[in-house]
Write a protein that binds this ligand. Structure first.
Ligand SMILES: Nc1nc2c(ncn2[C@@H]2O[C@H](COP(=O)(O)OP(=O)(O)OP(=O)(O)O)[C@@H](O)[C@H]2O)c(=O)[nH]1
Ligand SMILES: [Mg+2]
Length: 269
């Protein structure tokens, strides 16, 4: 476990995860009850009020590109707890990694499908605590994907002990899972990799439609990979920043990056 000791101005950590419905409600559908207390739904991350451990962690983060790899001996030495972003080509994996790591262009993005062609490893750390997390950008599957994808991704999923969670991205506007999504889910089920559905590019949708789309995607995913897929999704837009805080908190939670408990009363620190 990576244990973090925050400074004196300790605040209660925000709930680490939420159901898609909850994420969507808080970031997309909730009508502000009080303008001062509620973040506007589509405010950019910089305009959001900071709060909770994850917000403080990411405010002081250090994110770096580490290496590109296609076989285990190229990433075996990277020993941090790890999360991986997977999904069809062009679904928004690299953009989402940039949004999560609060970096403009750490992961390369493109309008053309097939931009990311290898496993790309990034490290995330923060001045708040020792230790690092590894974040992996996967090449996309489906349209314009690379022929060799299957071999090295299967090898990765089958062997990667550091892997704590796959975030499987589905474009919210597309909603339904494609055959290639289901094949990928078959792999995570086979290898027992904990997988969470992330609906992307939610800025392209009407807010009112999002909950039903998320519920349908979850039903389909659970039918293919009942053991691997978590029963809650996250809804995100890299463009508006909606849902990014939820995803950041989830990454810290699954990688066991935690705020240390406050010292006992009366004890000097
Ligand atoms: N509207 C909108 N567009 C987005 C969002 N995220 C990514 N995009 C766009 O989608 C396109 C693909 O984004 P990438 O992040 O490169 O997608 P990818 O999944 O990494 O693609 P591959 O590496 O080719 O598999 C780019 O033109 C992005 O600008 C989003 O949240 N909203
Ligand atoms: Mg990419």
């Amino acid at each position: 476990m990576l244990l973090c000791t925050p400074g004196a101005a300790r605040r209660a950590a925000a709930p680490a995860i939420s159901a898609c419905q909850r994420a969507c409600r808080s970031t997309h559908t909730q009508a502000p009850s009080s303008p001062s207390a509620v973040t506007p739904a589509d405010a950019p991350p910089s305009a959001r009020p900071a709060g909770g451990f994850a917000a403080r962690y990411f405010a002081q983060r250090d994110a770096r590109f580490l290496r590109t790899a296609v076989k285990p001996d190229q990433y075996a030495h990277i020993r941090h707890p790890e999360v991986t972003f997977a999904g069809r080509s062009n679904v928004g994996k690299s953009s989402l990694i940039n949004a999560v790591l609060r970096s403009q262009a750490l992961a390369r993005t493109s309008r053309k499908p097939g931009r990311t062609a290898t496993l790309n490893f990034f490290t995330l750390s923060s001045k708040l605590c020792p230790g690092s997390v590894s974040v992996v950008d996967m090449p996309g599957y489906g349209f314009r994907s690379r022929g060799e994808w299957g071999h090295f991704v299967m090898e990765y999923l089958a062997s990667r002990r550091e892997l704590q969670r796959v975030f499987m991205l589905v474009e919210a506007k597309v909603g339904e899972l494609k055959a290639t999504d289901k094949s990928f889910l078959g792999l995570v089920e086979k290898y027992g990799v904990s997988t969470q559905i992330v609906l992307t590019k939610t800025d392209k949708l009407k807010r009112a439609d999002l909950d039903a789309i998320a519920a349908a995607a979850m039903r389909e995913a659970a039918a293919v990979a009942p053991s691997a897929v978590l029963p809650r999704a996250i809804c995100c837009s890299s463009r508006t920043g909606a849902g990014i805080d939820t995803l950041q908190a989830e990454i810290l939670r699954v990688c066991r990056v935690r705020s240390a408990p406050p010292p006992p009363p009366g004890k000097d620190i």
